[in-house]
Design a protein around this ligand. Structure first.
Ligand SMILES: Nc1ncnc2c1ncn2[C@@H]1O[C@H](COP(=O)(O)OP(=O)(O)OP(=O)(O)O)[C@@H](O)[C@H]1O
Length: 245
């Protein structure tokens, strides 16, 4: 019998990545793997390097060393816009939506930015409204008039326009009331259950361990200090990882 060696291959392989701002190295030698149908949470205190790592992985910041493989292909030298059609999409921190545009206009920009063909706009929008009914109901309203949780859903919906296999999400709970955090996390869990590989930067350690994460990576002063299945970890373990150095 022939065994397909790609069956268990990770969707994303980040190998010994370092990222610097000039002389300041903010991430040292970080490695991680994302598998289909899983959520990996990246935790660490403020300034640990979480956003820097995610920016290096999606190509917004150049790597000082190391490599990134996406669906088996080395994309280390591929610019961020070239990674999107290859299957990677990112949601940056702070609900990056265009507040003065309507929900529909925001989603259309996402479709255009992701090079979806014009003839497919209607079906792609219908798919997004199906996934997020509240966005469908409010399609003609300005994004500024949505709640924080709905704006975060819109940001995620825009990132989904390219039908990514790998989704990087930077602190989607930031600034949200707990009820909206639940809604956003449910949305991420649904995407995971549909087979997406998700890297989630998150400060809410209890929520991360309480169900949403399959794997947890702790980053401290730019270095990975702990990496394990969420089921094997307690909040204290993670706190020790964060405060060990
Ligand atoms: N544009 C920049 N120029 C120079 N240094 C930066 C820049 N952005 C971040 N840093 C530094 O890099 C380090 C890592 O910052 P980063 O934003 O990645 O941390 P973080 O873990 O995402 O923090 P937070 O949870 O506060 O968002 C910090 O020391 C920060 O001061």
């Amino acid at each position: 019998m022939t065994v397909d060696k790609h069956v268990d291959a990770p969707e994303l392989e980040v190998d010994s990545v370092s990222v610097a701002y000039g002389d300041l190295v903010a991430v040292w030698d970080a490695s991680l793997e994302l598998r289909a149908g899983s959520i990996t949470a990246l935790v660490g205190r403020n300034g640990a390097g979480k956003t820097t790592l995610i920016s290096g992985v999606c190509g917004l910041l150049p790597l000082r060393s190391g490599s990134v493989r996406l669906l088996g292909e080395d994309v280390t030298e591929v610019p961020p816009w070239g990674r999107v059609p290859r299957g990677m999409s990112a949601v940056q921190e702070g609900k990056r939506v265009f507040r003065d545009l309507t929900v529909r206009e925001n989603l259309l920009l996402g479709l255009r930015g992701n090079r979806v063909k014009r003839a497919q706009f209607d079906s792609a929008l219908a798919e997004l409204y199906d996934r997020f009914p509240i966005l469908g109901e409010r399609r003609d309203q300005r994004a500024a008039d949505l709640s924080g949780g709905q704006q975060q859903m819109l940001a995620i919906g825009t990132a989904l326009a390219s039908r990514p296999k790998v989704l990087l999400v930077d602190e989607p709970s930031s600034g949200l009331a707990p009820v909206f955090v639940d809604v956003v996390f449910e949305c991420l869990e649904r995407l995971r259950d549909e087979g997406m590989a998700i890297l989630l930067v998150e400060q809410l350690v209890e929520e991360v361990l309480g169900g949403i994460a399959d794997e947890v990576i702790v980053l401290e002063r730019g270095r990975v200090t702990l990496r394990d299945a969420a089921a094997n970890l307690s909040v204290d373990d993670v706190a020790r990882g964060i405060y060990s150095s």
